[in-house]
Design a protein around this ligand. Structure first.
Ligand SMILES: Nc1nc2c(c(=O)[nH]1)N[C@H]1C(S)=C(S)[C@@H](COP(=O)(O)OP(=O)(O)OC[C@H]3O[C@@H](n4cnc5c(=O)[nH]c(N)nc54)[C@H](O)[C@@H]3O)O[C@H]1N2
Ligand SMILES: Nc1nc2c(c(=O)[nH]1)N[C@H]1C(S)=C(S)[C@@H](COP(=O)(O)OP(=O)(O)OC[C@H]3O[C@@H](n4cnc5c(=O)[nH]c(N)nc54)[C@H](O)[C@@H]3O)O[C@H]1N2
Ligand SMILES: [Mo]
Length: 766
């Protein structure tokens, strides 16, 4: 905590003047404000670059300014004039760098030349690109089996980079593709795949303008998808209902001031973004939706034909009866206790839902990072199916994705459990025996490295050491490797928790001009609405020693496999050649290069939106799950202690995942500190503490390992009793590696049973 640390509730609306002030600060900090302003005006425009922030789609309207405060932060963070190379790494040993904060590490600037770890000097030293590629190839070829290597992907990788990467890895011989999606929307993919036959959202941007009700579950768009606030506010303005489910009262879901409406800014007005706000307990959404379904069933029984869409149900679905059975069997006492909502509140939510002709359901990490996430998303889907709210205008499912191309990476085949259709297509096109066995997801990769079963880790972007759960174990897992390779834009802890041998390979980002033999190249990305479009870098790179991600992957592949099954280096000269291969093998991409010429890109389509159900039974499926008997997992119940609180780990306003832009969280009133625990004032009293007091936090699990973080300041906050919150990644050491979602394997970052202990050092800030 620094001297500036302060905690005071924030009175302003989301966006507005506060956002403008913050953007200006980050502009100046980039050290090249004017260049970046020019670049920013190209964000999400035709001929410009795709915002490296979130995966929210763009309004098809032309000539609009299409970036938000946090997009501007992401751009300025990437497009900084500061660069670090051999001089920087000669100055600091890895041990010294480890002592620095995550914020400090990334703030040093862009990585500008390839580096190799020199164990004798405990320093990173320069290496040529060719030597780096040769080292990787040598170590990979020396493994007993290709399954001893892990190939991680973070969701910023372009379609072109991701496609080449998966082709290289499969040609090498494994499906070990842990990726950020495993920690993110995996449950959405699994749940929707089973229920409606496609693991993606069924709505597009224009549906938001037609919806009568927009349900927003477990999401904080004011910080994480600011461009989503606009359609929410427009919906409220035209009389539609935006119905939020969130234990925290998130500012962006309450009020929004449009930074691009001069009059509203000058008058300092703000518009409401929601019409109803329900505050369930952590993990309580499945029970809440079950309760809504119980009311719908009751009203349908009272007036048959008035509630359910029988025509849709008969033609398009199966499984209704067994689900309704489960609904009937669920007791109100359990529903109220688990959801944390009263029966009256649930009735109100059900009435809002049932009155609407067209409903969109949105959700993000508050739903996906729980043990029962798959069942919860299927329950939401069931609710939508009951009234035919899928596959017609203004209605549908909308898992709001995180990283700007996380959805595209999956489409390109970054998938540790690849569908046979993908593998068949690859085998047909390239003529090699594609590996068929399932690979490792993120948690399995950590377990394999920890057990010594995996020896090599390669990261195409991201910050594996900090993004993953159970940090000390993940760090040990990486450090046990023979070789770790990070393809990155900025220095982070994953470079410091390295294997016996280690490489840092500096790459171009979205904003950088990508010059190859055939001229400047565009890459492509897919947003949450399955829109694919091109992204053109705008700024000259800081150094000639950085390479593009496709060029780096091609370099590794060429050293590892030679020109087999494709001429990698030739492909990297002109990304149009990679797109031709994508067109040949990935459904929906025929004529890829031609389609890209369309302004705004092209729509990949979605089978569920067309009411085609690629499920086992050929119909949309009502999945029938009993409500969980306990939300608290058995391992926490068996730990021998009762939890004081349940903890969710979430993002502040000044961060992008493990990248910290600053230490403030404006909408929650926090300045200059991150090691804080948001807790209900009554819980502070019940547990015998005082606001502002520092505590250590311990998580409960029955494996005998102590998981603890120290010195967190208690902030009295408007959160339901028993439900606390703290920032990720500082609290990742508390999330047990084995605490994962059923069917998704996603770490349960939004549900950790904890106990508090007085901190060894007493310090007060309030
Ligand atoms: N600026 C910025 N933008 C980002 C990111 C970023 O870090 N910074 N990250 C990107 C990525 S990768 C992702 S995945 C998305 C994340 O976007 P979000 O999902 O909005 O991210 P979180 O901060 O994890 O917020 C989770 C929200 O869910 C609520 N919540 C937690 N548990 C529950 C629950 O059990 N039930 C309900 N109903 N609500 C709950 C929390 O109170 C919080 O409001 O954002 C993307 N965009
Ligand atoms: N406790 C807890 N843990 C979580 C979450 C949570 O809510 N709580 N959320 C989870 C979620 S939703 C996600 S998506 C993951 C995120 O996990 P990751 O995607 O692995 O993490 P990021 O922090 O996004 O990665 C940041 C790093 O990416 C590199 N980078 C940035 N841009 C580029 C680029 O264009 N190319 C390349 N090659 N590298 C680049 C930079 O070096 C930067 O340091 O974390 C997960 N972990
Ligand atoms: Mo994410």
């Amino acid at each position: 905590m620094n001297d500036q640390a302060r905690y005071q509730p924030y009175a302003g609306p989301a966006a507005g003047w506060g956002a403008l002030r913050s953007v200006t600060h980050h502009w100046l900090d980039s050290k090249q404000p004017f260049k970046n302003l020019r670049a920013l005006l190209k964000t999400n425009q035709n001929g410009g670059f795709d915002c490296p922030g979130c995966a929210w789609g763009d309004s098809p309207e032309r000539h609009m300014v299409k970036f938000c405060e946090n997009g501007a932060k992401a751009v300025n963070w990437e497009a900084t004039k500061r660069g670090i190379g051999r001089d920087f790494f000669a100055r600091y040993s890895v041990a010294q760098l480890r002592a620095q904060s995550d914020y400090w590490l990334e703030h040093q600037g862009r990585l500008i030349e390839p580096l190799r770890y020199d164990a004798e000097r405990d320093r990173y030293v320069p290496i040529t690109w060719d030597a780096a590629f040769a080292l990787i190839a040598e170590v990979l070829k020396g493994l007993e089996s290709p399954d001893q290597a892990e190939f991680y992907t973070s969701g910023r990788a372009s379609n072109e980079a991701a496609y080449l990467y998966q082709l290289m890895v499969r040609a090498y011989g494994t499906n070990n593709f842990p990726d950020c999606s495993n920690m993110c929307h995996e449950a959405s993919g699994v749940a929707l795949g089973q229920s409606v036959g496609v693991g993606k959202g069924s709505v597009t941007f224009s549906d938001f303008a037609e919806a009568d009700v927009i349900l927003v579950f477990g999401q904080n768009p004011g910080t994480n998808h600011p461009r989503m606030l606009e359609p929410l506010r427009e919906a409220v303005e035209r009389g539609a209902s935006v119905v939020c489910f969130n234990p925290l009262k998130e500012r962006g879901l309450e009020r929004f001031q449009h930074p691009q409406h001069a009059l509203e800014m000058l008058a300092n007005g703000a518009k409401a973004t929601s019409t109803a706000y329900f505050r369930p307990h952590l993990g309580g959404d499945m029970a809440a939706v079950r309760g809504m379904a119980k009311f719908l069933l009751q009203w349908e029984q009272e007036a048959p034909g008035s509630v359910f869409d029988h025509a849709f149900i008969t033609e398009h679905t199966d499984g209704l009866d067994s689900w309704l059975d489960a609904v009937q069997r669920s007791e109100w006492a359990q529903i109220e206790q688990q959801s944390g909502l009263s029966r009256a509140e649930i009735e109100q939510a059900a009435r809002l839902y049932v009155r609407a002709e067209r409903v969109i359901a949105c959700w993000a990490m508050g739903i996906t990072q729980h043990r029962h996430s798959v069942a919860t998303i299927q329950e939401i889907t069931n609710l939508m199916l009951l009234r035919g709210n899928i596959g017609r205008p203004g209605a549908g499912l909308c898992p709001v994705r995180g990283h700007s191309n996380v959805q595209g990476d999956r489409t390109m085949g970054i998938n540790e459990r690849p569908p046979a259709s993908l593998l068949d297509a690859l085998q047909r096109r390239y003529g090699f025996d594609v590996p068929r066995a399932q690979g490792h997801n993120t948690v399995e990769a950590i377990e394999a490295m920890l057990a010594g079963r995996s020896q090599v880790f390669i990261g195409l972007g991201g910050n594996f050491a900090q993004a993953t759960p159970d940090s000390p174990r993940t760090h040990a897992a990486l450090q046990q490797c023979e070789l770790t390779v990070q393809i990155s834009t900025k220095l982070n802890r994953s470079h410091l928790m390295h294997g016996r041998q280690a490489l840092i390979l500096p790459c171009l980002g979205r904003t950088d001009i990508d010059q190859q033999a055939a001229g400047p190249q565009a890459v492509t990305v897919e947003d949450s609405f399955s829109m694919v479009h091109a992204s053109w870098g705008q700024l000259a790179p800081l150094s000639t020693q950085m390479r593009s991600e496709p060029a780096i992957v091609a370099g590794i592949a060429n050293a590892l496999l030679g020109a087999r099954p494709v001429d990698w280096l030739h492909l990297a000269e002109d990304y149009g050649r990679i797109r031709e291969l994508i067109a040949d093998t990935i459904p929906g991409f025929a004529g890829f290069n031609d389609k890209l010429a369309q302004p705004g890109g092209f729509y990949l389509g979605n089978s569920a939106a067309r009411r085609q159900w690629n499920t086992v039974g050929g119909k949309a499926h009502f999945a029938a799950h009993a409500l969980p008997e306990h939300l608290l997992p058995a391992q926490a119940r068996n730990s021998g202690e009762t939890p004081d609180l349940v903890l969710q780990t979430l993002r502040s306003h000044d961060q992008y995942n493990t990248t910290l832009y600053g230490l403030d969280d404006r909408y929650r009133g926090v300045r200059g500190m991150r090691e804080v625990l948001f807790i209900n004032p009554e819980d502070i009293q019940r547990l015998g503490y005082e606001p502002g007091q520092k505590v250590d936090i311990v998580s409960l699990w029955d494996d005998g390992i102590e998981r603890k973080v120290r010195g967190f300041t208690l902030l009295a906050y408007d959160t339901p009793r028993g439900q606390a919150a703290a920032y990720y990644p500082e609290t990742n050491p508390l999330v047990p590696l084995a605490s994962i979602g059923e069917g998704s394997h996603t770490p349960t970052s939004k549900f950790v049973a904890i106990r508090l202990q007085p901190a060894s050092t007493e310090a007060r800030i309030l």
